[in-house]
Every structure is written in structure tokens, then in C-alpha cells.
Write a protein that binds this ligand. Structure first.
Ligand code: PAN
Ligand code: ZN
Length: 193
């Protein structure tokens, strides 16, 4: 494809990422997941429900982004993912996780703050966990579902994520399959099992 044939070209731009705070001050989209959005994801559903009782529905994680429009092949989407610390029963807080709708698209996560793991799996049954700490870059290859898990205990896990503009998010398959491994705290230790 020549430059003239590329559809919907956009102009170059620059955006501030505050590396100390782990924020993108100019974000225009703010996606919020509350505890009630996580029903069905944790091993101990009773422990999750006990968090949600009454008017309470605590914040679980957020995504801050400035979408690159249109979301098409050749462009890159980027965002900040911020996952709160905590546990549901013994299981550390995590994101829902997803495959990309266009399954052969990769993603890079650069951890800016906090600590935890990137849990990954393929539809074929492979599973991997990469430790995340400030400065760690995790490469999620094409076809690998991915979920972040905050094991820090007391601070948010914040990452800068970059992925192809046409990737999309497929939550349905992970909702149905789950991940083969979960991350728990047992006797003060982090256990992946
Ligand atoms: C990330 C995730 C973000 C939230 O930007 O979307 O961490 O996790 P869930 O999407 O699983 O709820 C990403 O992987 N984008 O492709
Ligand atoms: Zn993704």
C-alpha cells in the first residue's frame, strides 16, 4: 500500500504520560470496572458478593485512553491500565482478561507502577505468567489471551499498553474458558496454581 492508498490518514501527535504518577492527564476515555462487573471471574464468588453488599460496589480497575480513530490496521491504540490492590478471598485482584478479536495481534505492556503478573494462555492450552514490576515490559504474542493480576498488596498496578488499532477485545471466550491458573496468597506467599 502506498501512503496515498492508506485510508483515513491522521497527523502526528504527542501525548504526555506521567511516568511517576502512572497517568495520562489528557485522556478522553475512562473505562471503569467495579466489583459487580467481576461476577463469575473469581474462584470464591461468595467473597466477591460480600464486597458488593448494600450500596457498596468498590472500584476494581480503570482504563484511561485517547482512542486513535479509526481503529484500523496499521495504527496503534494505547492506554493506561490501573488495577486496584486487594483480594477476593485468597485470590488477588485481576482484570477480566481477553483475546483480541483479531486474534493474530500482539500487545506490549510496560509496567509503570506497582507489581504483579501478566497471566497468559492460548486456546491450545499453553499458559504463562510473567512477573511485572516498574520498568518491566511484557510482550503478549498474537493468539495469547492476557489478564493482569495485582499482587502488590497495597498499591495499584499501572501499565502502559500498546496494541494494533484493529485488534478489538474478545471477552466472551475467556468468560467461558477461564484461565488454567489463578494467583492466590497462601500463608503470606504468592502462589500460582
Ligand atoms: C488492556 C486491557 C486493560 C483492562 O488495555 O484492556 O488492562 O483489561 P480487560 O480489557 O481485560 O478488562 C489491553 O489488553 N488491551 O488490549
Ligand atoms: Zn489486550
Amino acid at each position: 500500500m502506498t501512503p496515498g492508498e492508506y485510508p483515513n490518514p491522521i497527523d502526528p501527535f504527542a501525548v504526555l504520560i506521567d511516568l511517576e504518577k502512572g497517568t495520562m492527564p489528557e485522556h478522553t476515555n475512562h473505562l471503569v470496572r467495579l466489583a459487580s462487573d467481576m461476577r463469575g471471574y473469581y474462584a470464591d464468588s461468595r467473597a466477591l458478593e460480600s464486597l458488593i453488599s448494600g450500596d457498596a460496589d468498590p472500584l476494581h480497575y480503570e482504563v484511561f485512553e485517547i482512542p486513535v480513530i479509526p481503529e484500523q490496521a496499521g495504527q496503534l491504540m494505547y492506554c493506561i491500565s490501573k488495577l486496584q490492590p486487594g483480594k477476593i478471598g485468597d485470590e488477588f485482584f485481576m482484570t477480566k482478561g481477553h483475546y483480541h478479536t483479531v486474534a493474530d495481534t500482539a500487545e506490549i505492556y510496560l509496567c509503570l507502577k506497582g507489581g504483579g503478573y501478566m497471566l497468559m494462555k492460548t486456546a491450545g492450552g499453553k499458559c504463562a505468567a510473567e512477573k511485572m514490576a516498574r520498568g518491566t515490559m511484557v510482550y503478549v504474542p498474537p493468539f495469547w489471551a492476557h489478564r493482569s493480576v495485582n499482587t502488590s498488596g497495597d498499591e495499584p498496578l499501572i501499565s502502559f499498553c500498546v496494541y494494533p488499532g484493529n485488534a478489538g477485545h474478545n471477552y466472551g471466550d475467556i468468560e467461558a474458558e477461564g484461565f488454567p491458573k489463578r494467583i492466590f496468597e497462601r500463608d503470606g506467599k504468592i502462589v500460582i496454581e
